[in-house]
Design a protein around this ligand. Structure first.
Ligand code: IMP
Ligand code: MG
Length: 177
């Protein structure tokens, strides 16, 4: 339930999400036939998506977590993304799939891909549940995208507004903030 002046409007139902996640898993399985994958899940927002995706994949997958947060987003656009957990990962020679909740500017994805590439994986690809217009601008070609959405702020299915709403099963547009 909304706790401030904001309201939620259902954008993508749990049913549609489930169908799309299953379709993404089928594509990933086709692209990595029997190849063990390492899913690198970007906390916190991607935790629900990654849990559903991992259980839909036939390809055996191990799961690692990294955390990313943007530094002074909006006020200093060139300010970086702060990553934690990427340095300790042993990805050498492994097939890595980064699992993100949403590509907005694409800055987080680009920073993460650059950091993980230094760990010399055999291959590196990105899977995002949602993508907003203009994301990446060619920098991070997302191999797998669940839904292209408008420039709305969305919550639910792992994604938050001030740490709230991650527990909602559907994806909602946040209005009135
Ligand atoms: P980017 O670096 O601009 O691509 O931002 C990506 C990160 O910002 C995502 O992984 C989310 O954590 C957060 N984010 C961007 N847009 C939204 C949104 O609409 N709802 C919730 N989080 C968002
Ligand atoms: Mg976030």
């Amino acid at each position: 339930m909304p706790q401030g002046s904001e309201q939620l409007e259902l954008l993508i139902s749990p049913r549609r999400i489930a169908a799309r996640v299953a379709a993404l898993a089928r594509r990933i399985d086709a692209d990595y036939p029997g190849v063990p994958l390492c899913l690198v899940v970007v906390l916190k927002g991607a935790f629900v998506f990654a849990a559903d995706l991992a259980r839909r994949l036939a390809t055996p997958a191990t799961i690692e977590f990294v955390a990313a947060s943007s530094y002074a987003r909006g006020t200093r656009p060139s300010a970086g993304v702060v990553l934690s957990g990427a340095d300790g990962l042993d990805l050498a020679g492994r097939h890595v799939l980064v699992v993100e909740d949403i590509l907005d500017t694409g800055q987080t994805g680009a920073t993460l891909v650059a950091a993980l590439r230094r760990r010399e994986p055999a291959s590196l690809a990105l899977c995002a549940l949602l993508r907003k217009p203009g994301a990446g601008a060619g920098e991070v070609p997302a191999a797998y995208v669940g839904f292209d959405i408008r420039r709305d702020f969305v919550v639910g299915y792992g994604m938050d507004y001030a740490q709230r709403y991650r527990d909602l099963p559907g994806i909602h547009r946040l209005v009135g903030v």
